[in-house]
Design a protein around this ligand. Structure first.
Ligand code: FAD
Length: 466
């Protein structure tokens, strides 16, 4: 009988254990993608980007004489229908680890097993299963560096082979049309503009990794902090949709390390930050929903959508580093890591606004949105998270700009106001923002909404009286 391989955040053929295992049986394989409430509830940009990923993957499967069956609805109901229609005896998938996917998958697995279906979940979204990484006294790591030290020398097996062939069923079940799902419908800024920045699919992701290793890794340690330079891999976008596996990145990083590339160790370390986020979310799901350190529940965060918050979202705070980064995210769907740290610090400290406001806005705007890295990043910046930046360490967005963007390459790329010849990218922001924001290229650059020094003092006062 056929095996259904349920694809979710693993839209690739290479290093795919569930697919390889299904193909190895020699039985017909039915690849399926289901748009359920978890897909439906995605933010605008990640949903649109997922649509591109699914479309691309469906074409890849077709060019491998297979197919991707698309269905919308409750995952268990859809899988039961497909089992009934096709006579499938097994369902395979790659495990996910964030609380929402985990609880859905646990329920689906139990119900299908009760129906007598053979259900297998496989590794693939992470380097290390969360339950295999423990401190010496037991329990999970709450601090990054010891976790990094404990895993960095582990060897990782990888099945890089592409299945030789994916056997088809005698008859394909009916598939819905991706167009009817309107994955870009929530995009207020027009999906086409953002799509030009997306690098979609497993071949493009592999090229990106190669380009990073051949051109950027040697200067990664310095350049990864410079937002004006494209000095990082850009792979977060592809890792999010599983267009490349973390193991493929890890192996390539190890090879580069042994070839003597200075930045390779830092790259491997960054991949483990992603693991750290997932392991924390696995063990403490509240990472995604509330202050990881409960003592922060008493902090007087502002939870309202104030004028200042609106200015922050729109990249109009009058603080160039903050505004450049917010505009970069709005236009391209990604933001440089240093930008993420600075805008998050500014929102939670200078504006005293709750980190969840920022978390939600990122979840709407990022094409590399990842539930665990995003939550960890926000709680790190706010001070409420594991191994977080101490609250009293408030980033100064002015001196940060002097340090990391001394030539104003980044600021000029994203801020048009007051420039005789603004860059195309800076102008494109004005073309993309919704009319309802009421802003235009002719506007003067906004005055600073909160004085950087006073904002810092106010944040520290709030911290003392917490
Ligand atoms: P590279 O420097 O090339 O790093 C390689 C890979 O390591 C990345 O692709 C990513 O998978 C991982 N990585 C690097 N830095 C981090 C980090 N700090 N935390 C976790 N993993 C990391 N990353 C996301 O993928 N999705 C998010 O939604 C997200 N939200 C964030 C929110 C905030 C407030 C902050 C401070 C950080 C957030 N990050 C998020 C982490 C980080 O900014 C991005 O992973 C990084 O900028 C991606 O660029 P890159 O792929 O070129 O990274």
């Amino acid at each position: 009988s056929p095996i259904i391989v349920w694809f979710r955040r693993d839209l690739r053929l290479r290093d795919h254990e569930a697919l390889a295992a299904a193909c190895a049986t020699g039985r017909p394989v039915i690849p399926v993608f289901i748009s359920d409430t978890l897909v439906d509830s995605l933010g605008a940009a990640p949903k649109m980007r997922l649509g591109l990923a699914v479309d691309h993957f469906a074409k890849l499967l077709r060019s491998n004489s297979s197919n991707l069956v698309l269905r919308k609805g409750d995952a268990l109901t859809v899988l039961r229908e497909l089992v009934a229609e096709t006579g499938a005896g097994a369902v395979y998938w790659s495990r996910l680890y964030d609380p929402q996917h985990k609880s859905r998958d646990t329920a689906v697995k139990a119900a299908l097993k009760q129906d007598g279906i053979d259900v297998h979940s496989f590794t693939g979204h992470l380097l290390f299963e969360p339950w295999t990484v423990e401190t010496k006294i037991g329990g999970f790591y709450k601090v990054f560096t010891p976790m990094w030290k404990s895993v960095r020398d582990r060897s990782l097996a990888m099945s890089l082979r592409t299945p030789d062939g994916i056997a088809s069923p005698d008859q394909w079940p009916i598939s819905e049309s991706l167009e009817d799902w309107h994955m870009s419908a929530a995009m207020k800024r027009g999906a086409d503009g953002l799509a030009t920045y997306c690098v979609v699919g497993e071949n493009a992701a592999a090229d990106r990794l190669q380009q990073f290793l051949s051109e950027k890794i040697g200067r990664y340690v310095e350049n990864r902090n410079i937002p004006g330079v494209a000095g990082t891999s850009g792979l977060s976008e592809n890792l999010t949709y599983g267009e490349i596996s973390p193991r493929q990145c890890w192996h390539a990083g190890w090879k580069a390390l042994h070839d003597g590339h200075a930045g390779a160790e830092t790259f491997l370390r960054e991949l483990v930050w992603r693991e750290f986020a997932y392991h924390l979310a696995h063990h403490t799901p509240r990472l995604l929903t509330g202050n990881w350190k409960p003592e922060w529940d008493a902090f007087p965060w502002n939870t309202n959508e104030t004028e200042h918050v609106t200015a922050w979202k729109q990249g109009r705070t009058g603080v160039p580093f903050v505004d450049a980064a917010m505009r970069e995210m709005y236009v391209t769907g990604v933001m440089h890591n240093r930008g993420r740290m600075i805008v998050a610090s500014y929102l939670t400290k200078h504006l005293l606004s709750h980190w969840k406001i920022g978390l939600d806005w990122f979840a709407d705007c990022l094409i590399d949105w990842d539930p665990c890295s995003n939550a960890m990043g926000w709680q790190w910046a706010a001070g409420s998270g594991p191994d977080a930046a101490p609250y009293f360490r408030v980033f100064n967005p002015i001196s940060q700009l002097d340090k990391f963007d001394p030539q104003r390459t980044y600021a000029d790329r994203w801020i048009a106001e007051g420039k005789a010849n603004p860059s195309d990218t800076a102008q494109s922001y004005f073309d993309m923002v919704p009319k309802s924001w009421g802003i235009s290229k002719q506007d003067a650059y906004p005055a600073t909404i909160v004085d950087v020094k006073l904002g810092r003092e106010r944040a520290l006062d709030a911290y003392k009286t917490r």
